[in-house]
Design a protein around this ligand. Structure first.
Ligand code: DCP
Ligand code: MG
Ligand code: MG
Length: 603
């Protein structure tokens, strides 16, 4: 994304950054309240299994807290309205919509879980400062303690950031109806920690000078986001319980229990110092789900759990839109001897041909799902010795690697990424046949570092390269649906790369005569159907001016502007880098990365 916030990195002062942290109020409960406004006025709890994972602020008035047992919550508030929140789909969708709104300020946005985000508004603040009277900047929302003297200019910058935070909160509310809290500070740590100070639906700014005092108010070292349970345990063993304790303990003492870097980092965190950048969030590296339970000790039950997880996971993957190429199975075994629970995982690569992208939507066929279940159970068998009793308390499934789309210099996608649609003449829709449908072999192969600990036999076989005639015949075997209504596809979704397109051209050139006389080949029915479709599609096109080596079907599938561009170039080949004649190699040299090279017949 082109960011207006990526240019100012040269602010020469002590506290150059302006960071906003936002956290949605009682997130799951708000999603339910936005969906069913009658829930706004009653105490509402969101139930997952026997736990109330969150509740609205009405319910919190009764003393209900996050992760309270349902029985306990009902004792506190017998009128508590409970809504099942085990299906995260709508929460995830709301989270994504909020994230999309946050992107509109064109600053780096980092998603943290489902209901939190950091926005680095440093450069936007700088831009606004240029047109602002610095003596008259007002703060929006609350301030943590009154300001002392201006520091390095950070007070004004943070005040402007607080105004941006207000705008963000207003926009999210106006467009989606969610109230959120914001924290504004010169680093991520302070922005996050100050955020909940005035809950709900409000915001708080902290100036750098108050960082040490504010941090000292935190009762537990665990409040510091990067400090996990193990670090906390170690610190407690050294009688370091509160953040104030951590401020006072010497770095030398910490170095006895932590690495030198960690000891220094802990000390800095304790006084509110943090220089970690806001990293723009992209698509997740893996998409997974877990289900925990008391005990499962029977294979068929495990299979049912995986089946249910797989169904839910496929919904997530469809929403994500990328084709998975690696699958991981996770188990947690009940182990009385071990104090802390531990997970064990196995993963293997999977064939991208189990998935199809049709009209922009990722799907998996019933047979694909069966194959996935077979793979899952093989991985499970690797993790569990079925000759012995087993007791599991958790199963998990995750797709851990995804096929990259080819968008390099030589990809046709480069030309066609701007939402240009083509008719489905070039539809490389997967028909479930692994031998022909997976086009992008190289990108589909997971690297050794992330993949399998299984033997080759257990890994889904890589798609084999197709036989040419068979391949083109199948490509032309468009479904009845395609014929009735040629689907519009984003070309980027065809997963074509230059080699593939060359293959299309080559095969079409080689089989052009055959395709025009379909009954000459065993695939004649398909070819016949496809020809009909292509005639329909070609109606608007006119390739009378095309050179003889050009496949008219391919040409007619291109958008009008591109057809015009090509025709112009063919009329004036010397200016285009276009091969004028096959027998003239010197003039055959296409300009790098021009679409014309895709029309060069295969030699
Ligand atoms: N959540 C969960 N399990 C937890 C904590 C939270 O499933 N142990 C879910 C429910 C929350 C959501 O994550 O709605 C966001 O967590 P928060 O801690 O931000 O809590 P809320 O947004 O619900 O409340 P608050 O208004 O305090 O932010
Ligand atoms: Mg929240
Ligand atoms: Mg939160």
């Amino acid at each position: 994304m082109e960011s207006s916030c990526s240019t100012f990195n040269d602010i020469d002062n002590e506290h150059p950054k302006s960071i906003i942290h936002i956290d949605i109020d009682c997130f799951y409960a708000q999603v339910e309240m936005v969906r069913s406004p009658e829930l706004c006025t009653v105490p509402l709890g969101i139930q997952q299994k026997n736990i109330v994972v969150t509740s609205n602020y009405e319910a919190r008035n009764y003393g209900i807290q996050k992760c309270m047992l349902v029985t306990e919550a009902l004792k506190l508030c017998p009128n508590l309205k409970l809504v099942n929140g085990e299906d995260l789909h709508d929460y995830r969708a709301a989270s994504n919509k909020i994230f999309a709104i946050l992107q509109s300020w064109k600053c780096p946005v980092e998603k943290l879980g489902m209901d939190e985000n950091f926005i680095d508004v440093t450069n936007l603040v700088q831009e606004r400062l240029k047109s602002t009277d610095v003596n008259n900047i007002t703060l929006s929302g609350h301030l943590y303690e009154e300001p002392s003297m201006e520091c390095c200019g950070c007070h004004n910058r943070l005040k402007i950031a607080s105004q941006i935070a207000s705008e963000v909160r207003k926009k999210v509310f106006d467009e989606l109806g969610f109230t959120i809290c914001a924290g504004i500070a010169h680093n991520k740590l302070l922005a996050k920690l100050i955020c909940p100070l005035h809950k709900p639906n409000d915001q708080t700014t902290i100036f750098p000078q108050h960082a040490v005092n504010f941090m000292a108010t935190l009762q537990s070292v665990r409040s510091i986001p990067t400090i996990g349970s193990k670090t906390t345990e170690t610190l407690i063993s050294q009688k370091v319980l509160s953040v104030s304790d951590l401020q006072q303990v010497s770095v030398e003492v910490l170095k006895k229990h932590f690495s030198s870097d960690m000891a220094v980092r802990l000390k800095k965190l304790s006084i509110g110092e943090d220089n970690t950048p806001v990293k723009q969030t992209g698509k997740p590296q893996s998409i997974g789900l877990e289900d925990s339970f008391k005990t499962v000790s029977v294979k068929s039950e495990v299979e049912e759990k995986f089946e249910a997880l797989l169904q839910r996971l496929l919904v997530l993957v469809r929403e994500d839109g990328r084709i998975p190429v690696s699958l991981r199975v996770t188990l947690r075994k009940k182990d009385a001897k071990r104090l802390s629970s531990h997970r064990e995982s196995r993963q293997c690569q999977i064939s991208p041909s189990l998935f199809t992208i049709a009209s922009g939507t990722l799907t998996v066929t019933a047979s694909g799902q069966q194959k996935l279940m077979t793979i899952i159970m093989r991985l499970f068998n690797k993790l569990i010795d079925l000759n012995k009793p087993f007791h599991l308390t958790l199963v998990g499934l995750a797709f851990t690697k995804f096929q990259e789309r080819m968008t390099g210099r030589s990809s046709i996608v480069n030309y066609l990424m701007n939402d240009i649609s083509v008719q489905s003449v070039l539809n490389l829709q997967n028909d479930g046949d692994t031998s022909v449908s997976s086009m992008d072999y190289s990108a589909a192969s997971p690297s050794s570092s992330t993949t399998t600990d299984l033997s080759d036999a257990e890994v889904e076989p890589s798609p084999k390269k197709p036989k040419k005639v068979n391949w083109i015949a199948k490509r032309r075997c468009l479904s009845k649906e395609d014929i009735a209504s040629p689907s519009k596809l984003k070309v980027g979704e065809l997963r074509l790369n230059s080699k593939e397109l060359e293959k299309v051209s080559e095969l079409r050139l080689n089989s052009r005569d055959r395709s025009l006389t379909p009954r000459a080949s065993p695939a004649k029915e398909c070819l016949s159907d496809a020809s009909d479709t292509m005639n329909d599609v070609a109606e608007g096109g006119n390739c009378d001016d095309c050179p003889s080596y050009v496949d008219k079907e391919v040409f007619n599938a291109l958008p009008d502007e591109m057809q015009q561009e090509l025709k112009t170039m063919w009329k004036n080949p010397s200016s285009s880098g276009m091969p004028v004649q096959r027998s003239s190699p010197r003039t055959n040299k296409a300009k790098p990365n021009t679409i014309l090279k895709y029309f060069v017949p295969h030699k």
